[in-house]
Design a protein around this ligand. Structure first.
Ligand code: HEM
Length: 408
């Protein structure tokens, strides 16, 4: 039974230590306030059953459906005014049908299993090159040496971005991605708005260049994507390009970094993967479950809904904690807080979301992580953590920002 609001714990992602380890707080929310109305006017769901329902329920993702008097709406407007980040609101992530259906269909056309298969040998080469450099250095930061540069190189290659732009794009996406977090610091807000403006400019230039110089890459495919006479207009192209850039690397870095950290906490696990590479695919699912690279998704109710016995009114902003659902003992059993590489139902995690917005890059992320964990454990059987991990301080796209390792 849900406790009375007066005794409910209040979700506080700004509490000290939260971004280093949010799980005890989520466990408390699951237990005492599974359908939680935050004083700032949003709702938070933390149980697997409720989160899983919300993602599949076909609710809205468009901010315009948030009730006029919702404090969150006012706060967001006060933060960004009319300078909403460019991919915010225009990418498929923030659109309902029919726009969502149309955008997703157009982008999926360029995102085929065949394109992924063709990419695989290049990802293997990239990983091997990074592992070679790690072997030479012996003591490295895993994030800087592999977890970050790999997914960035892959998405940049897929999109067909000239390498002269990489450094700048990397820098700018690192700032723009913060718009997916709750932000209160005015300096950060202006940094986001300015980085977003610059990034949009770079994307527009790239698109203009690709129109003149089409090639066998994702950006050219997006420009040419056509469905029953329908194409992406310029703004939509820019928004989907930025979404792919950001979703393509700012998430997978957390899977590779967080997965490696979880693996190294028990040295026996590296040996397990090295001796049985057939286990890698399931291990990656379990890593996704154990530490969600994207910790939350959100939906907006357009009519009242009842979740876990509680009625949520129309126009509400509802956060679904993927991270908490993935640790819910009610679904996973008493060992939900442990990493078990051979967990049978690991693939039922909600780390890629579910329903209409299920991650379009899930197969790509799985492929990248699978190659990393297979080749890294084979190459460095004595890989070990070599100092304190540092977390990136983010509430949503959370993961290690520094993970010192020795290759053994
Ligand atoms: C959507 C997670 C990698 C592209 C999503 C969503 C989640 C997610 C949770 C759904 C958000 C929602 O329900 O509102 C992840 C994780 C990744 C990853 C954990 C890596 C470990 C990627 C990659 C790409 C990508 C590599 C592309 C290169 C997308 C796109 C969407 C999406 C385009 C929007 C789908 C839609 O709105 O229909 N991702 N993602 N993601 N992801 Fe990923």
């Amino acid at each position: 039974m849900t406790e009375s609001p007066l005794t409910e714990p209040v979700f506080d992602p700004f509490a000290p230590g939260f971004t280093d380890d949010p799980y005890p707080h989520y466990a408390e929310m699951r237990e005492h306030a599974p359908v939680h109305r935050h004083p700032f006017g949003f709702w938070l769901l933390t149980r697997y059953e409720d989160v899983s329902w919300l993602l599949r329920a076909g609710l809205s993702v468009e901010d315009r459906n948030v009730a006029e008097d919702n404090p969150l709406r006012e706060m967001r407007e006060a933060t960004y005014g009319d300078q909403m980040p460019r991919f915010d609101g225009r990418s498929m992530l923030d659109r309902d049908p029919p726009d969502h259906t149309r955008l997703r269909r157009l982008v999926s056309k360029a995102f085929t299993p065949r394109a992924l298969r063709a990419l695989r040998p290049q990802v293997v080469d990239l990983v091997d090159g990074m592992l070679d450099a790690m072997a030479r250095a012996r003591h490295v930061d895993l994030i800087e040496s592999l977890a970050f540069p790999l997914p960035f190189a892959v998405i940049a290659k897929m999109l067909g971005t000239p390498s002269s732009d990489h450094e700048r794009i990397r820098e700018l996406t690192g700032v723009v991605v913060r718009s997916l977090e709750p932000v209160a610091d005015p300096d950060l807000v202006s940094a986001i708005v300015s980085a977003d403006h610059d990034l949009g400019g770079i994307a527009a230039e790239m698109i203009a260049w690709k129109r003149e110089n089409p090639a066998d890459d994702l950006l050219t495919a997006l420009i040419n994507a056509e469905d029953e006479g329908d194409v992406l207009d310029e703004d939509e192209l820019i928004a989907q390009t930025l979404l792919l850039y950001i979703a393509g690397h700012e998430t997978t870095v957390n899977l590779i970094g967080g997965g490696t950290l979880a693996l190294l906490r028990d040295p026996g696990r590296t040996a397990l993967l090295r001796d049985d590479p057939g286990l890698v695919a399931n291990a990656v699912e379990e890593m996704l479950r154990y530490d969600s690279p994207v910790q939350a998704s959100r939906r907006i109710t357009v009519e009242p809904v009842t979740v876990g016995g509680v009625e949520i009114p129309a126009g509400a902003f509802v956060m679904a904690s993927l991270a908490s659902a993935n640790r819910d003992e009610r679904f996973w059993g008493p060992d939900a807080g442990e990493l078990r590489l051979n967990r049978e139902n690991a693939r039922q995690h909600v780390s890629f979301g579910a329903g209409p917005h299920h991650c379009l890059g899930a197969s790509l992320a799985r492929m990248e992580a699978g190659i990393v964990f297979e080749r890294m454990t084979a190459r460095f059987p004595r890989l070990a953590q070599d100092g304190e991990v540092r977390w990136n301080g983010r509430i949503n796209l959370r993961g290690p920002s520094y993970l010192p390792v020795s290759t053994g």
